[in-house]
Design a protein around this ligand. Structure first.
Ligand SMILES: Nc1ncnc2c1ncn2[C@@H]1O[C@H](COP(=O)(O)OP(=O)(O)OP(=O)(O)O)[C@@H](O)[C@H]1O
Ligand SMILES: [Mg+2]
Length: 406
């Protein structure tokens, strides 16, 4: 059960001079490492997107009993693993896609507790001491959960015979005298989340290296846990502090700026194009492509209806009582094509926008007469960002110049 600390019993940041200088020197090295890791991961990710996308297309084409299908599946599985690694490197280099919202850290911790308990040995107990009330922070909640998980798992690992991990929240007002000694930390109100253990602790040499990607002292460790913590916290305009002594234990403190109106407007979710609340009807006979598009759109707030062929599309359109803003249809469909489906849906909904998608090039579908010149065509395989931006653009264009029935 969490122990609620009421009142403004502020956690006073104890800035140990020794740690301060250690960390300051290392922040420069970590920045340089982050830039390198980020560039590599970014370029590598583009290559992986192609490998994954095309192996998915291969899998769609190959019959289920084909020998080559197993090979294609292996390619896809290996590429997915590689993609996870690049994601961790991108996290370290602060180039992750962030979707920040206002987050109540106390609630996040309480919700994550079952997950955290499952992640550590049963002899490790998790204790929470949560200050109430606690201002929100503006950050990506799933990434904050990852930060918490990485810190708690490490704390558990440091106490192989069991012990207590304490997660504590508090409000800290960091004044000039404090922040002047911490690079890139403006004065202001911060929420501090600390994760403490009474485990083996670290000496100076180790403390200097723990945020480096791939630094690990564990036989089965990868060494990306703390570099992810560092990247996520820095990308959220926060700071990580560490107190650790060999044989005494370790405390990590994560400082995140308390959200204000200006932080919210200053850092919108920039990495992915905007989502929306409109309704989109997807017509696609390939289940995998349909599911991917649906997931991408739903995750960004859209209401999505799906149909596997023309008949289902017309039925879905007839049965849906509200407005449907966009039809996203495959060009080549069983027994029909996207243009016919669009005409049928448009008969009842004349102002619906249409975005065609096709695995063939624009030239091919145009020359075969499947679609007319000037229509909007999205080529498969598409990335999440391309799909979202094409959809948003079309919807915005329509809002700017609504199509009226003549
Ligand atoms: N609470 C802690 N107490 C003692 N040592 C720690 C603590 N947290 C981290 N470390 C040290 O820092 C190293 C790096 O931690 P990090 O989480 O980055 O990688 P890891 O735990 O070894 O592997 P993984 O990638 O699986 O997380 C650890 O191997 C460990 O030596
Ligand atoms: Mg770890």
């Amino acid at each position: 059960m969490p122990i609620n600390k009421t009142g403004a019993a502020a956690l006073r940041p104890v800035l140990d001079e020794q740690f301060a200088s250690e960390q300051q020197a290392h922040s420069h090295m970590l920045e340089a490492m982050g830039r390198l890791a980020g560039s590599v991961a970014h370029d590598f990710n583009n290559v992986l997107t192609a490998i994954i996308g095309f192996s998915e297309l291969l899998l769609l084409e190959l019959p289920s009993d084909s020998e080559s299908r197993r090979d294609a599946l292996q390619i896809k599985t290996a590429a997915d693993r590689a993609s996870l690694l690049t994601k961790q490197l991108l996290a370290f280099s602060r180039r992750q896609i962030m979707c920040p919202i206002l987050v109540d850290l106390n609630a996040l911790i309480v919700d994550a507790e079952p997950l955290l308990r499952r992640a550590v040995d049963s002899r490790v107990h998790i204790r929470t001491v949560l200050e109430v009330p606690l201002p929100d922070v503006y950050a990506d909640p799933s990434q904050l959960e990852q930060v918490l998980l990485n810190l708690v798992v490490n704390a558990g690992d440091a106490m192989p015979d069991g012990g207590v991990v304490t997660i504590e929240t508090g409000v800290v007002t960091a004044g000039e005298s404090y922040t002047a000694r911490v690079e890139g930390m403006p004065p202001g109100q911060y929420i501090c989340v600390s994760v403490s253990d009474t485990g083996q602790g670290m000496d100076c040499e180790m403390r200097n290296r723990i945020f480096e990607p791939y630094f690990t002292t564990k036989a089965s460790g990868v060494g990306l846990g703390l570099s992810t913590v560092y990247g996520v916290v820095r990308q959220s305009d926060g700071h990580v502090w560490l107190n650790s002594e060999r044989g005494v234990g370790t405390t990590f403190k994560v400082f995140l700026p308390a959200a204000t109106r200006s932080t919210i407007t200053a850092s919108p979710c920039v990495a992915l194009p905007d989502g929306g609340t409109e309704t989109i009807l997807i017509v696609e006979d390939e289940t995998a492509v349909r599911d991917v598009a649906r997931t991408m759109l739903q995750r960004r707030g859209y209401t999505v209806l799906v149909a596997a062929d023309g008949e289902q599309a017309v039925r879905a359109s007839a049965q849906f009582a509200d407005r449907i803003d966009l039809l996203l249809t495959d060009v080549v469909l069983p027994h029909t094509n996207g243009r016919v489906v669009a005409e049928q849906v448009r008969a009842a909904r004349p102002d619906i926008s249409v975005l065609y998608m096709s695995g063939y090039s624009a030239d091919t579908v145009l020359s075969q007469g499947f679609v007319a010149e000037g229509v909007q065509l999205l080529e498969k395989p598409f990335t999440e960002s391309t799909l979202l931006s094409r959809v948003r653009k079309l919807l915005d264009a329509r809002a700017a110049a609504p199509i009226h029935e003549s």
